[in-house]
Design a protein around this ligand. Structure first.
Ligand SMILES: Nc1ncnc2c1ncn2[C@@H]1O[C@H](COP(=O)(O)OS(=O)(=O)O)[C@@H](OP(=O)(O)O)[C@H]1O
Length: 432
């Protein structure tokens, strides 16, 4: 009884070991081949580099245009959304981007109530609402999904070749901060200048040095817009200014980088930050002010508005002449004056960035004239839209803040502002 059982067991073990070995050999040969083939089939490098999959020096070079399908064979990627106010109605229109730039492709009415369903339909796909076919809606769905995921960025850019004589280059200038001070408005305005290529499609902020540094400089370059050799490339990631590791990293990539810092009256920045980053279940006053002891609470939002503390770190890595400090409050009222200063700093022709600016009474801010007016349906028929404003999160109405809290915050910021003015050799009108 024992001998036959042993024999069966031995044969069973031998068969299992042989099967395992066979499977191992198959996996070891077939899987890598499949991975290589799928990449080769796409004719492309990986879309997103992980830490183990960094581009080699050769990969870091601009990609060859010849082995990619022509632009016309590839789908549009909805690259941005913008809001326009017309007859008091917020209208949302989508822009597409191709190798030659971006242009409006679809228009829809939108208000805050149907925003959620609009986003949902983009996420889950709703070909019926988009005349530009299922293919386009699939692309849009993918892109919107990526918006929810911080590992987004480059699918949109990598699907397009740069036009002839242009390629993606590392930025010459970065708008490093501060959040809620007008960084988006400035980027969009500079994008109107023919001598400047801006990274302005959603999600606008690349956050390379603070969040995606391990993806390598090749990835960063691929995140940039196509530019010609006589254009300056600019990106804006306003979290950079408060990130401790970024100045040294950026200086290692380009120690001649020009740095733009937009500043705004610090209490207004703190309120704007509160509107953006809080669910408002706690009032601004309780969050920032301890009424029992009569003291300002040093929340993250308050600390971010103590500008000099952050700028000082940068001055250890870059010379003062490489910085330009832009008055964000003046950018709202008289953008042309601020834009001329920026153009001079960048060494591009002056007066171009303001060309399409037009004041929009309904929005209460400057907006951009579009090349071709877009027809949209509103309550009383068709309406032609010829302006593009920044989205609804830019230029929000601020709540009335209790005067004693505003006063305490101003008093707390005042000496810090003085340090800042001395540091940058320029004063701002913040003591109104
Ligand atoms: N033309 C124009 N249109 C709309 N908004 C404008 C414009 N120019 C400057 N601003 C001001 O920009 C503020 C938002 O700043 P940011 O773009 O830096 O915000 S963010 O950090 O990128 O979220 C935003 O702040 P809030 O007013 O608090 O919403 C605006 O005051």
């Amino acid at each position: 009884m024992v001998e036959p059982t042993r024999g069966i067991l031995r044969r069973y073990l031998l068969a299992t070991a042989a099967g395992g070995l066979f499977l191992f050999v198959c996996m070891a040969t077939v899987l890598p081949a499949r991975r290589t083939n799928s990449r080769q089939a796409r004719g492309d490098k990986p879309l997103i580099y992980t830490a183990d999959d960094r581009p080699s020096a050769a990969d870091d070079q601009p990609s060859a245009v010849a082995d990619r399908p022509p632009v016309a064979d590839r789908p549009f990627v909805a690259a941005d959304w913008a809001d326009v106010v017309a007859d008091g109605i917020l209208i949302n229109f989508t822009r597409a981007r191709d190798g030659n730039g971006s242009f409006p492709v679809a228009v829809q009415r939108r208000n805050d109530d149907d925003r959620r369903s609009s986003i949902e339909s983009k996420l889950h796909g709703d070909p019926g609402s988009n005349p530009a076919s299922e293919k386009s809606s699939e692309v849009k769905r993918r892109r919107v999904t990526k918006l929810r995921d911080t590992y987004y960025v480059n699918e949109a850019t990598r699907e397009y070749d740069c036009a002839a004589d242009t390629r993606r280059r590392l930025p010459d200038c970065v708008i490093i901060g501060f959040r809620k001070c007008g960084t988006m408005a400035l980027l969009r305005m500079l994008g109107q200048h023919p001598g400047i290529a801006v990274r302005d499609w959603s999600p606008v902020e690349v956050n390379f040095f603070n969040r995606h540094y391990d993806r390598g400089v090749g990835w960063y370059r691929e995140s940039m817009p196509c530019s010609s050799s006589d254009q300056i490339t600019i990106e804006k990631s306003p979290r950079y200014v408060i990130d401790v590791a970024t100045p040294e990293r950026m200086s290692a990539v380009n120690r001649r980088m020009k740095l733009i810092v937009v500043l705004r009256e610090p209490v207004a920045r703190t309120v704007s930050d509160y509107l953006e980053h809080n669910d408002r279940s706690v009032a601004f006053e309780s969050l920032t002010y301890d009424a029992d002891v009569g003291r300002v609470r040093l929340t993250a939002g308050v600390n971010e508005s103590v500008y000099h503390a952050h700028v000082a770190r940068w001055l250890r890595h870059f010379p003062r002449r490489q910085f330009l400090f832009v008055d964000g409050d003046a950018l709202v009222r008289q953008p042309a004056t601020q834009l001329r200063r920026v153009e001079e700093f960048l060494g591009v022709t002056q007066g171009e960035a303001q060309r399409r600016l037009v004041y929009n009474k309904e929005k209460g801010f400057f907006c951009f004239k579009v090349n071709e007016a877009v027809k949209v349906k509103v309550k009383d028929g068709d309406r032609s839209i010829d302006q593009e404003c920044l989205g609804g999160k830019k230029g929000r109405k601020h709540p009335d803040v209790a005067p004693e809290v505003t006063h305490s915050l101003r008093r707390m910021f005042a000496p810090h502002n003085e340090i800042m003015f001395e540091m940058i050799g320029r004063r701002f009108d913040w003591n109104r």
